[in-house]
Design a protein around this ligand. Sequence first.
Ligand code: GRF
Length: 209
Amino acid sequence: MGRKVSIGVLVSGNGSNLQSLIDRIDQGALDADIKLVISNNPNAFSIERCRKHGIPFFVLDHRLFGSRVLFDCRMIELLTAAGVELVLMAGFMRILSEEFFKAFPLRIMNIHPALLPAFPGTHVQKKALDYGVKFSGCTVHFADEGVDSGPIILQAVVPVLDDDDEESLSARILKEEHRIYPLAVQYYAEGRIEVEGRKVRIRNSTLTN
Ligand code: GRF
């Protein structure tokens, strides 16, 4: 087991990925402390999850801020004050500004429900179905200033079945998200992630993803 990494989680909605992090920590399989959860959506179910598990959270309604940068600066203040080292975007539906990336260089991860670089952006399970791909999956990557474009840490593949709809494919992908996101964070906690340009290597990995 590695040292405990202090994480901050950014959410906008249901928070099933947040839940998977909470559960792995509770099981002793993830050396992390959730120092703070920030939701930009006052009605996100994620907030209920925080209440239930006694996790500190802050609702920061982006609509009350004059600009994206002001909103991001407030997030930086809160995360820094909470001692957050690694920021995890988990269904966070906001684009981050340059200021935010400067505050947490290579210390922001995102989970995306497609095999990047295919299908960046939103509604990607539907886009994958409409395109007719036979496999899709999910990607954990370091976030950068592009849309879903940073260095890829882990990916998991799922089949696309003939009778899939958006819901069934999303559920199959989500199951893998809940597996690989905590795993990527654990690799980070163990200091095993090496980044060289776009390439990410996991030191001493016995896994093939
Ligand atoms: C997930 O599919 C994630 O990949 C995407 O948004 C969804 C969030 O789900 N970025 P949840 O809020 O974690 O349940």
